[in-house]
Write a protein that binds this ligand. Structure first.
Ligand SMILES: *[C@@H]1O[C@H](CO)[C@@H](O)[C@H](O)[C@H]1NC(C)=O
Length: 318
């Protein structure tokens, strides 16, 4: 494994009590971030009924998801797992809430492996691994309305725990498992990827970064302007990771698997952090792929202080 990555992971892992060390944030910045999370969460509590009761929004999201899955199923020549038809009668407050719950992720660290990527929905580039169809919805925590026109970056390590496009991994120039896309009119982002593998010091995770009000240039890259109201990481159920770990090529992953419970970013939460995606099998076996669903609550007025970190383009600069 690369020394730098190990060092970074180890530093992150051992700095649970001192995240300032890893990000060089000041104490004030950490407090501000925590306070922000608490405020955002209480705003969300205040308006979430708007979202829960928005039956049309819920229906549209399900329909878009099914279309996304159907296309994948056709291309792969597999059979869609028997899905219970969704009926209005099923909507106990609880099931509906589960479906469109705003999950407030903490403003987690960007990590050392952010690289600009281009607009595309399919970011696999032939990488082997368990295919995942992400269905991610962004919701404004102040109003509980969806957030269209956000440019969202998504990136992760591959099945054997290596990031493409970064010098410490000797993968400069590789673009696999990175993509950028704009949320649609329902605040939805759909991405096809593979479930990331793990690497020493961190639990299995996918990075998500949202730019608000920026522009994309002719090459499809994020260009300029705007702010970054959200930098977060998505996690996967531990039991699911165990099952996935039995499939090739995850069986070739040489790193030490850290469970979610041991990950300081996953645990960064007395404020209601729940960034576990909801997982559903596409077909009849796990190996045929999964759908991973989550709603992410964001505060559009927030500007992430990590934005000044090296390696991250400053969207306010030209
Ligand atoms: C992960 O990426 C590295 C670097 O590109 C590559 O050497 C390795 O084969 C990849 N793993 C898999 C399972 O494709």
């Amino acid at each position: 494994m690369s020394f730098v990555k190990y060092f970074t992971a180890a530093l992150l892992a051992t700095s649970a009590l001192l995240p300032a060390l890893a990000h060089q944030d000041t104490y004030e910045e950490i407090v501000a971030r925590d306070l922000h999370t608490i405020k955002a969460r209480s705003a969300l509590e205040g308006c979430k009924r708007n979202l829960i009761e928005n039956e049309e929004l819920h229906q549209r999201r399900l329909a878009k998801r099914e279309e996304f899955v159907s296309q994948f199923v056709r291309e792969r020549g597999i059979k869609r797992r028997n899905k219970l038809p969704y009926t209005k009668r099923d909507i106990s407050a609880r099931s509906l809430f589960e479906e469109i719950e705003c999950v407030l992720t903490p403003q987690a660290t960007i990590g050392p492996y952010y690289v600009e990527s281009t607009i595309r929905k399919d970011i696999r580039e032939g990488q082997q691994g368990l295919e995942v169809l992400y269905d991610i919805q962004f919701v404004d925590v102040k109003t509980c309305t969806v957030v269209p026109d956000l440019y969202v970056d998504i990136w992760a390590a591959n099945a054997t725990g290596t990031y493409g496009g970064v010098q410490p991994e000797n993968t400069v120039g590789e673009t696999q498992l990175r993509g950028l896309q704009k949320t649609d009119e329902d605040g939805i982002l759909q991405v096809i990827s593979i479930v990331p593998g793990w690497y020493t010091g961190r639990a299995v995770h996918t990075h998500v970064l949202a730019h608000k009000g920026g522009k994309v240039d002719a090459t499809g890259k994020y260009h300029s302007g705007g702010t970054v109201p959200h930098i977060g990481q998505l996690f996967f159920d531990q039991q699911f990771i165990t099952e996935m770990g039995k499939l090739p090529p995850y069986t070739n992953n040489k790193y030490v698997l850290l469970p979610n419970s041991g990950d300081w970013i996953f645990g960064q939460a007395n404020t209601g952090y729940n960034a576990l995606v909801k997982i559903e099998n596409v077909g009849n076996t796990l190996a045929e792929g999964i759908v991973a669903t989550i709603s992410i609550g964001i505060d559009l007025n927030y500007h992430n202080p990590d934005i000044g970190m090296p390696g991250l383009p400053n969207p306010t600069a030209k």
